[in-house]
Design a protein around this ligand. Structure first.
Ligand SMILES: CCCCCCCCCC(=O)SCCNC(=O)CCNC(=O)[C@H](O)C(C)(C)COP(=O)(O)OP(=O)(O)OC[C@H]1O[C@@H](n2cnc3c(N)ncnc32)[C@H](O)[C@@H]1OP(=O)(O)O
Length: 264
């Protein structure tokens, strides 16, 4: 039996991951939880044992690894596009003051809810070995390497995605299911950022041209409309200079209460 407080804490954790907070049942953007470098100030920083370990860099600490940060497997296109958007997350005013830019980098963990809630309620809803599907391949560069940036002003988000060798479908090219996974992940993240907790109700995907294994592509998502509990998002997957369309998709996301995930 989950107490109401537990459900609220899980919901709050999910929203903190997305840079939002719950206020009297509404979702409000809360950029005050984000540090100047675009990462989230998460509640576990107040937990003593974690704070003690936080001085050590991953993988030598129990601090969760943020998978959206560059690693040695990233190729030049991936790094260049990361820098391009990351440099617009923070701008310097004429008097040298740092201010938020139009983009935010979203951190990415392999067990978002656990880290967001300190793991207190996680064991009651998912197995201890559960991991986020896109973040469960240990070898860097072998699977899904990606980083998501959101632009609240334009209700737009981009994902820079480098497809590793374990995602092969047709020889030398990326599996359609892996592309669908990334589209679901990024459109779902965008819908969550805009509307709070959602689940995918419908995805329509048109594959226009194959994606070479190992290449970097851009997923660009925009909000089409919101109607009550429904958030409609569209997505284009292109090469890095947007001159070639690989895939296009539309998604419908339904807002849910955390009770929906708990089977309520
Ligand atoms: C922090 C890390 C973020 C990572 C992001 C990862 C994103 C990954 C997202 C996912 O993969 S979610 C997993 C895949 N999705 C599912 O498993 C969802 C399974 N389906 C459900 O749980 C329910 O069907 C759903 C929550 C989607 C809707 O059930 P509800 O009972 O809440 O809604 P209901 O069936 O009453 O429908 C509400 C409205 O939506 C409409 N609707 C529902 N499903 C639809 C559908 N498939 N197509 C079109 N319309 C649909 C429905 O007609 C109705 O329209 P009206 O209000 O206008 O009458």
């Amino acid at each position: 039996m989950i107490r109401t407080g537990g459900v609220q804490q899980i919901a709050r954790g999910l929203c903190q991951i997305m840079g939002r907070e719950i206020s009297k049942g509404n979702f409000n953007t809360n950029i005050s939880q984000m540090t100047p470098r675009g990462t989230l100030q998460l509640p576990w920083s107040s937990i003593n044992s974690v704070r003690t370990m936080a001085v050590l860099p991953w993988p030598f600490s129990f601090q969760p690894r943020d998978f959206s940060l560059p690693n040695s497997s990233w190729g030049s296109d991936m790094r260049r596009l990361y820098e391009h958007y990351n440099s617009q997350c923070e701008v310097e005013t004429d008097d040298g003051e740092k201010k938020w830019g139009v983009w935010r980098r979203l951190p990415s963990y392999n067990r978002s809810l656990k880290y967001a809630t300190g793991g207190v309620y996680l064991s009651k809803i998912i197995q201890s070995k559960a991991r986020l599907f896109t973040r469960n391949i240990r070898e860097q560069g072998a699977g899904f390497e990606y980083v998501v940036f959101v632009n609240k002003q334009e209700q737009k988000c981009v994902c820079v995605f480098q497809a590793g060798h374990l995602l092969e479908g047709p020889p030398g090219h990326v599996h359609g299911g892996a592309i669908a996974t990334m589209i679901d992940t990024v459109t779902g993240t965008h819908a969550t950022y805009l509307s709070g907790p959602v689940m995918t109700a419908n995805l329509n995907i048109n594959y226009r041209s194959p994606i070479s294994l190992g290449s970097t592509v851009l997923l660009t998502c925009s909000l089409d409309k919101k109607e009550g509990r429904k958030t409609f998002v569209s997505c284009q997957v292109t090469n890095t200079d947007s001159s070639k369309l690989h895939t296009e998709a539309t998604g419908l996301f339904l807002s849910i209460t955390m009770g929906h995930l708990l089977g309520g």
